[in-house]
Design a protein around this ligand. Sequence first.
Ligand code: ADP
Length: 461
Amino acid sequence: MSNNSSRPNKIQTLRQKRRKDFFVLIFGCAGLLTLLLFTGGISLAEWVLANLVLILGAIAYFEGSAHYHVASVEADTEPAATESANSKAYEDTVHGLINGLPFPTILINADGRLEVANAKAKEVFRLVTDNGVRASAALRQPDLLAASIRVSDTGAEEQLAFKLPNDGQSWIAQIRPGPKENTVIITLEDRTTIRRAEQVRVDFLANASHELRTPLTAISGFIETMRGPAKNDYAAWGNFLDIMFQQSERMKRLISDLLSLSRIEFSEHNVPSTTIDLSPLLVAAIDTLEQMAHEKSLKIVAENTDQSFWVVADPDEMTQVIQNLISNAIKYAADGEKVIVQIGAANTMERAESDISRGIPEAAHATLLSPQASQKVPAIWVRVVDEGSGISAQKLPRLGERFYRVDESRGGRIDGTGLGLAIVKHILARHRGGLAVESKKGVGTAFSFWLPRGNVPVRHG
Ligand code: ADP
């Protein structure tokens, strides 16, 4: 635009300059000829003739070359105009690209103002507009602003991890030189989920080490005692050895649960492919735990296990789920009561969830795992109900967290790793199923899971 309007001005200036050159040339040469005339170098006739030739020659030259000079002005202006049009198209492309990016991106111009901030960036920095806002006002993060100024000055790209006030998100910013000199492009990557996963891992490792160290400390304490103060107290040794055995058994259980958990986590994204009948698995699990129930004078009652209930599942993992739930019911129920194991079908996953949460009157509910399968597909559900002391409502949602144990339900006496329900939850997640709990203090607890129903296998022959 500015280049086009300057074109007539340039031609005008050029004309004035050429006119000046013309008179300077004419008068300069005429002066020289006059000097020659006065010094007798040339005659008057030669002076007149020479001046005539000079004036005509000069006129012919200046007129003849006028087009060439105008053309050269045009040649000078046109690339500038084309360049300007190109630069505008380039800018539009860059802006379009930034606006189309799926992650927050900002372009800051050489004056330190926002040239473009795409919708995601506006969301992050809570900007109403990106039109010329000063970066110092828009970027609500001093380190990010300082980095963008450095990149604008030096052209050397930088990376920065930061959090914004009042939003708890963890961001990584890549700050790079922009398409023009001293401009800066900032792209943001949301690291919140990764950070949280890292934190979960760190906590898990800390918990696992702590849980393993407790029995190990007890064992090595007793060894010290037997080697030192109780060296010859053989009467006490039997008791010490009993405790050491219990502690080493506890360590074995912990290690085996930790291994199960890591194995299941490893295969969590592979959906199982075998179709199995859950009823025989329930019957087998009840048989296995019969002795444990008998020791507590408990009765395990199975309902509906004479019918088939088909699901697509891994039989070993399903056995582990059922055994963990029934053994918990036995462990945490008082002596002389019964544990009921029920199985059933529902038209939809949604329906299964509502059917299984209406068992214990006035009980509190918590969904520990929401199913990933569609809510509309037919479902099979399993429910394990006990008449134990129950769990208070506010503690229900935490069940299934690794190492979480409810003190009130075990009174510090019942041994466990706090990993059983976490294993159940991971297995069910792999099967795209759900897990829920309902409990009422003094009445009992029911854990239920539900899975998409499998097709009844076609029998050949
Ligand atoms: P563990 O039984 O090894 O401690 P779990 O992950 O199986 O670990 O269970 C976690 C906690 O949930 C238990 O410590 C217990 O406090 C509580 N819990 C589980 N099942 C029941 C139940 N049927 N009745 C009461 N509390 C239970």
